[in-house]
Design a protein around this ligand. Structure first.
Ligand SMILES: [Zn+2]
Length: 285
């Protein structure tokens, strides 16, 4: 990553191989695994990424994708990926296909964003208010939560995705109807980070992991209720066939898990994560 500036614990810069030309990367120095990120790292990353999203929005690009990836060969960093507003379905599909292709087959050279990067650390942008639960929203429906919920926190919950695109596919979902990252509080992000690390430690941190949340339809957000995908590939996705398979699943959706299998897996994960304390401290920075 080409460093632009550093905070007390993090580095902000341009990814060498970006998913979009103006992407911003946020890395923690000497912490290749996301499980090594401390609460302070998460809190600083939240401010930097909220500011990046806000500054992109003020520059005319309100939709974005935030993605964090790691593997044995690749240290973890977050990438804030601005996504253009599209006037047609074709434009939207094409843009998402390009970003997904770059996710698994290499990125593109970065160019500077349309704002001063020193503003990224300037302030905490105001939060958009959450809405009351919506009848049409799957993540507001009690029956969906009863079926798929593994852990429930104060602000967010962990669910098993019923159409997994990787070997393991979990979701962190806001408890209230928050549309996207613009409405997610720092406390909710902190809790989401803790839950994410619980999942990564459980399944083993040596796998290829992709964390992803989207803001806006043109960024690929299909359910307008904030949720983070945790996609873990236990086999390396280095082969062409493996990469194409993951790509195919992300675009078209994975095969739905049978109701009985879903129930068995959720029950087992509730037992496995039952003693996972959300209050346990993260490693010190
Ligand atoms: Zn909702």
């Amino acid at each position: 990553m080409l460093t632009l500036f550093s905070t007390s614990t993090l580095t902000v810069g341009f990814p060498d191989r970006a998913l979009q030309p103006r992407s911003i990367g946020v890395a923690a120095t000497d912490k290749p695994s996301y499980c090594q990120w401390s609460e302070k790292d998460d809190a600083e990353a939240y401010i930097l990424m909220r500011n990046a999203a806000d500054l992109f929005a003020k520059s005319g690009t309100p939709q974005h994708l935030i993605i964090g990836r790691q593997s044995s060969a690749r240290p973890f960093y977050w990438e804030v990926v601005p996504m253009a507003t599209c006037s047609s379905l074709f434009g939207r599909v094409w843009q998402q296909a390009q970003v997904l292709y770059r996710t698994y087959f290499g990125g593109i050279p970065p160019i500077p964003p349309p704002f001063s990067v020193s503003d990224l650390n300037a302030h905490i942008p105001p939060l958009q208010q959450s809405d009351p639960p919506r009848e049409t929203c799957p993540f507001c429906k009690p029956e969906v939560l009863n079926r798929q919920q593994i852990l429930k926190g104060e602000h967010v919950s962990m669910l098993l995705d019923h159409r997994p695109v990787g070997d393991q596919h979990l979701l962190i979902v806001a408890n209230s109807h928050i549309e996207n990252f613009y409405g997610l509080s720092s406390d909710a992000f902190a809790e989401a980070s803790k839950m994410t690390k619980i999942a990564l430690r459980h399944f083993g941190t040596g796998h290829e992991t992709c964390l992803m949340f989207k803001s806006g339809r043109d960024a690929g957000q299909t359910v307008p209720h904030w949720h983070e995908h945790i996609i873990i590939s236990e086999k390396p996705t280095s082969s062409l066939w493996s990469r194409l398979k993951v790509l195919w699943n992300i675009v078209w959706g994975g095969t739905p898990i049978k109701p009985q299998t879903l129930q068995t897996r959720v029950t087992q994960l509730r037992i496995d994560f039952g003693d996972s304390s959300l209050d346990s401290p993260s490693p010190a920075s």
